[in-house]
Design a protein around this ligand. Structure first.
Ligand SMILES: [Ca+2]
Length: 209
């Protein structure tokens, strides 16, 4: 059994692809509900529209975040961000930063976690929608919208010649500060990419054993 705590608003369990799971409302408007998930632990990536993609198996605690439901604290000047709808996304939506240059960014937050995540090892998994106009990004976290920023991963290339969701297992990290704000910054692009867009669907922290 794995417990998954969803952050970012109300999402139906049908959207999560787990209609036989138990919902336990915690009465918190940020961590809108907790669900005890069973049968999770299959192949990373899940299926189209399926959010829990943890392929680590066993008994795990995870915090899942829908990009389209998280608050946006800031974006780079002159750029736009918007929600995309499609059955290939988990919760049928993702959020795109329409970036056009290196240095463009989108900051999510403030994010309130239902459990203290600082000082423990979490495996970070990111579900993005890759395409031929996507950029290369870095990901960082901070306790405030002005930093100090700490890297969550090495630069990640979101380019793909064919469009579709992709899950990246970014490995384990011990949070030194609260990841109250999470920032995606364009650091470049694949030579074959026609743009710098950043399209994020779902972010998940899985507590290491
Ligand atoms: Ca989503």
């Amino acid at each position: 059994m794995r417990k998954l705590i969803l952050v970012g608003g109300y999402v139906s369990l049908v959207a999560l692809g787990c209609s036989d799971d138990t919902i336990v409302s915690n009465g918190n408007d940020v961590a809108s509900f907790q669900t005890a998930l069973t049968g999770i632990g299959g192949a990373i990536g899940g299926g189209p529209g399926v959010c829990p993609f943890n392929g680590l198996g066993g008994s795990r605690t995870a915090i899942g975040m829908q990009a389209e439901l998280l608050p946006v604290a800031d974006i780079s000047a002159g750029d736009n961000q918007y929600i995309l709808t499609g059955s290939e996304y988990c919760n049928s939506q993702s959020r795109r930063l329409a970036a056009n240059a290196v240095g463009d960014f989108i900051t999510y937050g403030p994010i309130s976690y239902p459990t203290n995540v600082v000082g423990q090892t979490w495996d970070i998994q990111l579900r993005t929608a890759r395409n031929s106009v996507a950029g290369k990004i870095s990901l960082a976290y901070a306790p405030s919208s002005t930093g100090p920023w700490r890297d969550l991963l090495a630069p990640l290339d979101l380019y793909s010649a064919t469009s579709g969701p992709q899950v990246s297992d970014l490995g384990g990290i011990v949070f030194q500060d609260s990841p109250t704000f999470i920032k995606f910054t364009v650091v470049g692009k694949n030579a074959a990419s026609a743009g710098y867009n950043v399209n994020v669907d779902w972010l998940e922290f899985v507590l290491a054993h």
